[in-house]
Design a protein around this ligand. Structure first.
Ligand SMILES: O=P(O)(O)OC[C@@H](O)[C@@H](O)c1c[nH]c2ccccc12
Length: 262
């Protein structure tokens, strides 16, 4: 079974359990429906920033442990001071060592847009995203049907959340709908775990013109960001390169400074 399939199977059980422990009616009562969201797409396009979405990532199926005991408070504040445009927080526990608590902590200390990085397969998780203070959610084209994409998009938008729609190939780009704000090309091949940013370059012309365009994964060189920018990408999602080693915020700062000086 592919890793993505395994994660999705696991996620279905997890969501079923969450729903039985904390029914959707209770979850809905905990939501501040009027709480405003910060627009991820607007922050990405801000001319005073370079478009980095810095990710808080403790571990991954491809790498194993990256920075297991990092503090979401310290890292996220450091990312923002370094000049990041937004923060992505993995909330999957089993495969990525994240949690909803991590996202809540990041929310508590930052005003920037926060992306909930999760394998969303159920509307429950979208309500949850709103209740913990996320501004945007990830929808992964390869694990969702056209119907789910429509349904999840309209629920998210009704809550004020933006959507980053992740694709790997042209067929998945075909599932994009105009209500979606951002499209992300994942440079990681989920079968081999290899990353190659040329993938983003090759597919660029096929992307919907109106969406904000993000290149995701395996980015570890400011020169690559410059190349992707020239090609037309607006944003860059970076996790492992910042998180590996002791000081994610310092690496992020050096990286952003290098782009600015390029
Ligand atoms: O750590 P990297 O290689 O910089 O990649 C970050 C991000 O793109 C990656 O974590 C990611 C992209 N899509 C995902 C979907 C689920 C979980 C994680 C991801």
């Amino acid at each position: 079974m592919s890793i993505l399939k395994e994660i999705v199977e696991h996620k279905k059980k997890e969501v079923a359990k969450d729903k039985s422990l904390y029914p959707i009616t209770l979850l809905e009562q905990s939501i501040h429906f009027d709480a405003p969201c910060v627009s991820l797409s607007e922050y990405i396009l801000r001319p005073d920033k370079v478009g980095i979405i810095a990710e808080f990532k403790r571990k991954s199926p491809s790498k194993g442990a990256i920075n297991l005991y990092a503090s979401p408070e310290e890292v996220s504040i450091g990312y923002m001071q370094a000049g990041a445009s937004a923060i992505s927080v993995l909330t999957d526990k089993n495969y990525f060592g994240g949690s909803k608590e991590d996202l809540k902590t990041v929310r508590k200390y930052n005003f920037c847009p926060i992306l909930r990085k999760e394998f969303i397969i159920d509307e429950y998780q979208i309500l949850e995203a709103k209740s913990i203070g996320a501004d945007a959610i990830l929808l992964i084209a390869s694990i969702l049907t056209d119907d789910e994409i429509k349904k999840f998009t309209s629920l998210a938008k009704s809550l004020g959340l933006e959507i980053l729609f992740e694709v790997h190939d042209e067929e998945e780009i075909g599932k994009f709908i105009p209500e979606i704000d951002l499209i992300g090309v994942n440079n990681r091949n989920l079968k081999t775990f290899k990353t190659d940013f040329n993938y983003s370059l090759d597919i660029f012309n096929k992307l919907p013109t109106d969406a904000v365009k993000i290149s995701e994964s395996g980015i570890n060189d400011p020169k690559v960001v410059s190349q992707l920018k020239t090609a037309g990408y607006d944003g860059f999602l970076i996790g492992e390169y910042f998180m590996a080693g002791g000081h994610p915020e310092e690496k992020c700062k050096q990286f952003i400074d290098a782009i600015k000086n390029n």
